[in-house]
Write a protein that binds this ligand. Structure first.
Ligand SMILES: [Zn+2]
Length: 343
């Protein structure tokens, strides 16, 4: 990683939001339902908030994207609350927000599931890049990992551990399939590495699982346009792979999205072996359940001249106010609603 990324990019220590609203439309990979997702600027300490709108006269529902909002992790990460699921397959847009260093945003969605687009985070990255980011005159708050937290389930394991600088991901998959086999990736995650190496890696699935998935109500929107489809010995998509290890890269992308539900950027390293959404969620829940394993730290102090410049920027594009979000970090994250479950 280049040093100037730390000074100028997502590690600079101040919170960010979008410069202007941006939108993405498509269908959900599991539901097949169309949805438009509009990402709006938000003020500091909002965090990422999903707002489900357009439900036939029902009031809009709002949910803060954090680990306590996860209601399901089968095949995708689903956010919801006591009233039920609110938004399915949140992981790729969350990965884009986290990977590009967007701290605050309102994500309005008018359907039950985030559009799958091409199966990667590329469309969300493009939308955010088109809108651009502004920094806000408030220090970024990080979660620094103080000691290893590990979850093992059968042959899967996941661990968050201290790391000297920034956020690192190390991910290994091992599929008994000639096209995939054992793949390992490791990245120090910063906006340009995320954009270049991870954001374009696509969702994948096996032909042999399709009938089972369909009968369970999953993958109803899946197609060659949004999923790498693998039969017994080869890839069926005519365009081929974007990376030889696209499968492991996509798993890393998923993990970045799932770990974005920490509610603040992590300072640490995550290692996942044969993992998935369920494991990612279990490790993050285990971290939050152990207050001795992490501490909240603020970004560097802001110089006065930068603060003034930022005020001017944000006067033109007043971020939308919401009632809750990151602000509950200091008091709220210690007690998750439930413990890890990776059975
Ligand atoms: Zn995924």
């Amino acid at each position: 990683m280049r040093v100037d990324e730390y000074r100028l990019g997502m590690k600079a220590g101040r919170q960010t939001t979008l410069r202007r609203p941006t939108a993405v439309s498509g269908i959900g990979v599991h539901s097949g339902a169309p949805a438009t997702l509009t990402i709006l600027p938000a003020e500091a300490d909002t965090g990422i908030v999903f707002v489900r709108c357009g439900t036939n006269g029902q009031p809009d529902r709002e949910i803060v994207a954090n680990v306590r909002a996860v209601t399901a992790t089968e095949f995708a990460t689903v956010l919801g609350d006591a009233a039920g699921p609110l938004c399915s397959t949140a992981e790729h847009v969350l990965a884009a927000m986290s990977g590009l260093g967007v701290d605050n945003a309102i994500i309005e969605i008018d359907g039950p599931e985030v559009p799958i687009m091409d199966g990667s985070a590329a469309a969300f990255v493009d939308a955010i890049d088109q809108a651009g980011l502004i920094t806000l005159p408030v220090p970024r708050r990080y979660i620094r990992i103080l000691k290893p937290v590990r979850v093992v389930s059968g042959e899967s394991s996941g661990e968050l551990r201290p790391h000297p600088q920034g956020f690192r991901i190390e991910l290994e998959i091992d599929f008994n399939h000639p096209l995939i086999g054992r793949q390992q990736v490791a990245y120090d995650v910063a906006p340009d590495t995320f954009r270049r190496e991870l954001s374009r890696a696509r969702t994948f699935g096996f032909m042999r699982d399709v009938a089972k998935l369909w009968s369970a109500g999953y993958a109803l929107g899946a197609s060659f346009d949004n999923t790498l489809v693998i039969n017994e010995d080869r890839l069926l998509n005519p365009e081929g792979l974007r990376f030889a290890d696209e499968f492991a890269r996509h798993k890393a992308l998923d993990a970045i999205g799932d770990l974005a539900l920490a509610g603040a950027p992590l300072l640490g390293a995550y290692r996942s072996v044969r993992g998935g959404h369920k494991l990612n969620h279990a490790v993050l829940s285990a971290l939050m359940a152990d207050p001795s394993a992490w501490v909240l730290v603020d970004g560097p102090e802001i110089r006065p001249e930068i603060r003034q410049e930022t005020r001017q920027e944000s006067r033109n594009e007043a971020p939308r106010r919401v009632t809750r979000g990151h602000a509950d970090l200091a008091t709220g994250l210690v007690a998750p609603a439930y413990g890890p479950d990776v059975s």
